[in-house]
Design a binder for this molecule. Structure first.
Ligand SMILES: *Cc1c(COP(=O)(O)O)cnc(C)c1O
Length: 394
């Protein structure tokens, strides 16, 4: 065992959250204490200093995704951004134009997208949740049929948080733009991990989360296109900050942290993605060599470089988590109001409940080492051996 070289538990759940990078932390710190001014109180130096720093951060975010700084709206995270994009776009259309009434999305979206779309169905919008292929990718022919003259919005995530599958956003964006339909994408897992460019993908709305990209929790962004102008009805009433789209005092330290995280991503994205692929392939190779009855969930090619979602025949992933406390990873089950259910994403790609229940998700990240990967392989092989022995004994 390579256990001696490393500190346990080993964190392999970077899709759930990432640590704040030390460089991001350093950038944030002064803004909690000595530089505390309200960035919207620009009548004095305290406020002006914060306002200026926020504009630099806005530029850093914009630069990473090929946007104009004026198109960056700070929110509390991707959950809020997704709500604001979907509800805001739908309600604006209803209130000011009332011509189009249909929203198209995918069954494999993050819960906050699915629930936002459901809320819009409650408000009288026609909603379509398209199925996905067994690869986890959108069926472009199905999408083509669903997007009609009555469609106001298509919301399709750039990369999936469970199976890491990357959607063909450039093809989707070309279609939606041609048909005058808004295109929103939940980019929480994709931005800062793979190149995401709002021009190339013709995105009108894009959601970003700070804590998925080595920034702090509680901060996110909604990119809102200026040309052609995309309009969203705000969720909150208030002081009209963020071009009236998102009222509330900006959390200066978190904004600065997100800006720095984006600047770091821009600097290291290509290099980091390369390292991630090498580590992922090392882990997969080890698993295939050591463990029988393994299958990968989701598309083999079009996936995030740090994602592995796989299933082990005859293994109960929840039991495995219990007997493998030195490895932090996720299972293919979700706890919804105290009942354990197979993940809706794994169901959507056609897995049986048993297959979903035998699935785990591993997310590699910036601080993952080759030693940790080797430990993970050893540890998984041992844990799965024990699970299978238990299973056959029962
Ligand atoms: C984490 C995540 C979210 C939610 O982001 P928060 O910033 O935690 O609200 C939404 N969508 C995807 C794909 C995610 O991975």
């Amino acid at each position: 065992m390579t256990r001696a070289n490393i500190k346990t538990p080993v964190y392999l759940d970077y899709h759930a959250s990432t640590p704040v990078d030390p460089r991001v932390m350093d950038a944030m710190l002064p803004w909690f204490t000595e530089k505390f001014g309200n960035p919207h109180s620009t009548g004095h130096g305290f406020g002006r200093e914060a306002a200026e720093a926020i504009e630099i951060a806005r530029g850093q975010v914009a630069s990473l995704i090929g946007a104009d700084p004026r198109e960056i709206i700070f929110t509390s995270g991707a959950t809020e951004s997704n709500n604001l994009a979907i509800k805001g776009a739908a309600r604006f259309e209803r209130k000011h134009r009332d011509r189009r009434n249909k929203i198209v999305s995918l069954v494999s979206e993050h819960k906050c997208v699915i629930e936002s779309v459901k809320d819009m169905a409650q408000e009288g919008f026609e909603t379509v949740m398209l199925p996905v292929l067994s690869s986890g990718k959108v069926d472009l022919a199905e999408l083509d049929r669903a997007v009609d003259d009555n469609t106001l919005l298509v919301s399709i995530m750039t990369a999936n948080n469970e199976i890491g599958v990357v959607q063909p956003v450039e093809e989707i964006g070309a279609m939606t733009r041609e048909r005058g339909v808004l295109f929103h994408s939940d980019g929480a897992q994709a931005v800062a991990k793979i190149p995401v460019d709002v021009e190339r993908a013709k995105l009108d709305l894009l959601s970003i989360s700070g804590h998925k990209i080595y920034g702090p929790k509680g901060i996110g962004v909604l990119y809102v296109r200026r040309r052609p102008r995309t309009r969203v009805e705000p969720l909150f009433s208030g002081g009209g900050q963020e071009r009236t789209i998102r009222s509330g005092t900006l959390p200066t330290p978190l904004v600065i942290g997100l800006g720095e995280a984006c600047a770091m991503a821009q600097e290291y994205l290509a290099e980091e993605a390369g390292t991630m692929r090498i580590l992922r392939d090392r882990l997969l190779k080890g698993v295939h060599e050591r463990i029988a009855g393994v299958a990968l969930n989701g598309d083999e090619e079009d996936r995030l470089p740090g994602n592995i979602s796989m299933r082990f025949s005859g293994v109960d992933a929840l039991q495995m988590i219990e007997i493998a406390p030195d490895l932090a990873f996720s299972t293919g089950s979700a706890c919804t109001s105290d009942v354990v259910e197979p993940s809706h994403v794994l169901r959507a790609i056609g897995l049986s409940d048993e297959e979903a229940g035998s699935s785990i998700r591993i997310g590699l990240g910036r601080f993952t080492t080759a030693d940790e990967v080797d430990f993970a392989v050893d540890y998984l092989a041992e844990a799965i051996g024990r699970c299978r022995a238990n299973g056959s004994a029962a």
